[in-house]
Design a binder for this molecule. Structure first.
Ligand code: XIL
Length: 383
């Protein structure tokens, strides 16, 4: 009863807020697929400035106890964010905001190959363990990211000329060790990440060169053996709507499904910008065809970048895009998780990789909710 009153109160506030925003909204720009640079990993070494204490109180416009998380849990969906291990350890408001607003997290970097397996015989799990512990302490689910990728590999993997059997053994050992360590604690793994290039062909990677195209099924088999309960995903960017790349992803996963390879879902990364993003109806159609294969869909890495300087209009458009994509996900029974690539503009990969772009997330650098936050809240309250 009290919960209903809270939600009702919140809806009123939301309506007022949206009415106030309406003049800022422009018609959405034409959607074209976003070109994605080849991402060279940039070590993230943010130098945080102190968080002003005045900003630590929750926004007064929200009814007490209402958050993305509480509304998502009432709908039985996951709302998540990628987590940077440094601020989680060093900045209490980071973890407080994370646990208040989200019920799922992804490791932004600390489960990647170079982090957990820096030398052939050395595994290093302390940072990843801390993250999984945090999730469990706060009753959050973990998405494991990622087992097979061409980026953030240690030199020992990249620099050697491998025999096929030798490299297959490396990959199997890596996957069974990492997945086995978190068996029963990671609800879903991004088993293979970004294996398709922008032309729709299999990307030239150390894995493809050393093992051949069946490295993909080998990876899914090894992950399934190590944790038969975990949901196993293929994850990629620029394949959210309909087009050459999403067709290639569809064909790849269709083939895996038909051959009985243990794959359970597709992750749509959704790194988009205010000017270039897929049309919601195309994303809905793509989710629909993937679901028809019996696969789940997770939105795995959403952010909506803005070219500097950020204007009020940009923030309103950004809010609209976040809201539309969550709307599409909530409308599809197979879309059970909506995960952002971070949550505060204080810590985001965007300015490091897309020079001149910024402000891609839903909280500002002082942890204040942006219009995009209220757009997500509105969608979750409405469903
Ligand atoms: C990014 C991280 O956010 C950065 O900190 C890191 O330097 C490079 O990788 N697609 C993915 C993610 O699957 O793993 C990438 O994360 C962003 C693009």
């Amino acid at each position: 009863m009290e919960r209903q009153r809270d939600i009702f109160g919140f809806l009123i506030i939301l309506l007022i807020f949206l009415a106030a925003c309406t003049p800022m909204l422009n018609p959405p720009p034409p959607a074209t697929p976003a070109p994605q640079p080849t991402v060279t990993p940039v070590p993230s070494t943010p130098t945080p400035s102190p968080v002003p204490t005045a900003t630590r109180t929750p926004s007064p416009t929200l009814a007490p106890g209402v958050s993305l998380r509480t509304l998502a849990e009432a709908q039985n969906v996951y709302i998540g964010a990628a987590v940077a291990a440094g601020p989680l350890q060093d900045e209490p408001i980071y973890g407080e905001t994370l646990a208040r607003e989200f019920n799922m997290l992804t490791a932004e970097n600390v489960m990647k190959f170079e982090s957990v397996h820096p030398d052939p015989k050395t595994y290093s799990f302390s940072a990843a363990d801390a993250l999984v512990d945090f999730a469990e302490e706060h009753a959050m689910q973990v998405r494991g990211h990622t087992l097979v990728w061409h980026n953030q590999l240690p030199p020992w993997v990249i620099e050697k000329k491998w025999e096929r059997d030798e490299l297959s053994k490396v990959l199997e050992d890596h996957i069974s060790t990492v997945v086995g360590r978190y068996r029963g604690r990671v609800v879903a793994w991004d088993v293979v990440n970004e294996a398709i290039d922008d032309n729709g062909s299999l990307r030239q990677t150390v894995w493809l060169e050393g093992i051949g195209p069946d490295y993909i099924e080998l990876a899914f088999q090894a992950a399934h053996e190590a944790d038969p309960e975990a949901l196993l995903f293929y994850n990629d960017y620029n394949g959210e709507g309909l087009g050459r790349k999403s067709d290639a992803i569809y064909e790849l996963v269709q083939d895996l499904v038909q051959r009985g390879v243990p794959i359970h879902g597709v992750g749509l990364q959704m790194h988009v910008s205010v000017g270039r993003h897929p049309l919601p109806e195309k994303v809905a159609a793509n989710i629909q065809r993937l679901s028809a294969l019996g696969l789940k869909v997770h939105i795995t890495e959403m952010d909506v970048r803005i070219e500097s300087p950020t204007t009020e209009t940009d923030l309103a458009r950004q809010a609209q895009i976040y809201g539309e994509m969550l709307h599409v996900c909530l409308a599809a029974p197979s879309c059970e998780a909506f995960v952002l690539w971070g949550f505060t503009d204080r810590y985001s990969w965007i300015p490091d990789v897309f020079y001149g772009w910024n402000d891609a997330l839903i909280f500002d650098p002082s942890y204040q909710p942006k219009p995009a936050y209220y757009a997500l809240l509105g969608e979750l309250a409405e469903k």
